[in-house]
Design a protein around this ligand. Structure first.
Ligand code: MZD
Ligand code: MN
Length: 357
């Protein structure tokens, strides 16, 4: 069976245990995100607080050799039929819950330097996403501009912002302007900025998994309704790993609010909310049949597929089987849009992949 080549809009690199230990001064290094493993569990500490505890079996299932070693990663990509890849942090995601702006800034800077040297430098197929501060807009703008100077082609942000920093607020305006100016898409990865294990007991695993896809939608509602995307028409926003079929439904809901509650609407937008979602909001999925249907049935085409390598929520090592099933009976034009063209549009990535002309 011919390889279905695809770019992946969502994957993760696993940082070395000593990334911050080697790059930060002692007092900050010991407060940086840190992982402790014993026979049974892997525990994550951030600024001295335990923030996550997993069975070793779960942590190890998310750690094929290519997660840590970029050369092995490229081999995994080739065997899976993946050409271009957007690469999110793993432990770096924990910087989004740091409460001290200085610690956050220094951990973020160290991660971005490491990612530039290790991921971006390894291959132009790999698009590392630069982290920016969620706590301080000036720090975020400064780091975005520094990352652009280092050659980053994407920025990562959490889907849940810190208390008092809702994405509809004016305080974020300089970052929206800087991202638009630099031509860097803002990539909000689900499950970040908040406790993702809020529900325990019956149904907990599934409930928590479902809960992580709402903040991505909330992020889009805040950015569109506040006029951020109206004021910055060239700004691209990407909600990674949250599925895609919700985007047209959210567009309908926002249009209905905008029309039926018009007397309360502010700011007034240049167009209906749905226009900004269909034009500037990108989404990714791994297995969802509804994602492809959203493109075909609704004409919402800002949909890109993602492997979520190396996470168990992703498609490794069965990517080709997943892609064959997803696109069975789907027109070539839709398949190419979802597997290749949307990624190339979002990240300004050279068109095509081996054998795709
Ligand atoms: C980035 C978030 C995604 C999720 C959360 C999990 C592990 C469990 O009642 P009980 O005692 O049985 O407990 C129920 C419980 C859910 C606590 C238990 O089943 O610990 N499950 C899976 O953490 N589920 C929802 S899913 O948050 C979006 C998807 C899975 C990977 C995920 C956890 C990743 C993400 C994202 O922030 C992270 C990170 C570095 O990689 C993984 C882990 C960590 C968090
Ligand atoms: Mn992911």
């Amino acid at each position: 069976m011919a390889t279905i080549w695809a770019h992946s809009g969502d994957s993760h690199v696993l940082e070395p245990d000593d990334l911050w230990l080697r790059r930060l001064p002692g007092d900050l290094a010991e407060r940086a995100p840190r992982v402790v493993r014993d026979d049974e569990r892997e525990i994550v500490y951030v600024d001295g607080t335990m923030v996550r505890r997993d069975p070793i079996a779960f942590s190890d299932a998310n750690r094929p050799p290519g997660a840590l070693d970029v050369a092995l990663r490229i081999g995994d990509l080739d065997r899976q039929g993946i050409w271009g890849e957007a690469v999110f942090p793993s432990r770096g995601l924990w910087t989004t819950i740091i409460k001290d702006p200085v610690l956050a800034r220094e951990c973020i800077r160290a991660y971005n330097d490491w990612c530039a040297d290790t991921v971006n430098a390894a291959s132009d197929r790999l698009i590392g996403t630069a982290i920016v501060s969620m706590l301080d807009t000036d720090d975020a703008v400064g780091e975005l501009q520094r990352a652009a100077g280092l050659g980053f082609r994407a920025v990562f942000m959490a889907t849940t912002p810190p208390e008092g920093r809702g994405f509809n607020l004016e305080l974020w305006e300089p970052l929206w302007a800087a991202a638009e100016e630099a031509g860097l898409p803002l990539c909000f990865h689900v499950g970040t900025g908040t406790d993702v294990k809020a529900t325990r007991g019956p149904g907990g695993a599934v409930i928590n998994y479902v809960e992580t896809f709402f903040p991505g939608q909330r992020t889009v509602a805040h950015l569109v309704a506040s006029g951020a995307l109206d004021r910055h028409p060239d700004l691209k926003v990407f909600i990674a790993e949250g599925g895609a079929a919700w985007a047209p439904a959210l567009a309908d809901r926002m249009d209905e609010a905008y029309r039926q509650h018009g007397m309360f609407v502010r700011p007034v937008l240049s167009e209906l909310p749905s226009s900004y979602i269909y034009r500037q909001v990108y989404t990714s999925f791994q297995h969802d049949r509804t994602a492809v249907t959203a493109v075909e049935a609704m004409g919402y085409d800002k949909v890109l597929w993602g492997s979520d390598y190396p996470h168990v929520e992703g498609t490794f090592p069965n990517t080709q089987a997943v892609l064959a099933d997803l696109f069975d009976g789907v027109p070539d034009a839709v398949r190419r849009r979802v597997t290749l063209e949307t990624f190339e549009e979002l990240f300004s990535f050279p068109a095509g992949a081996p054998g795709e002309g």
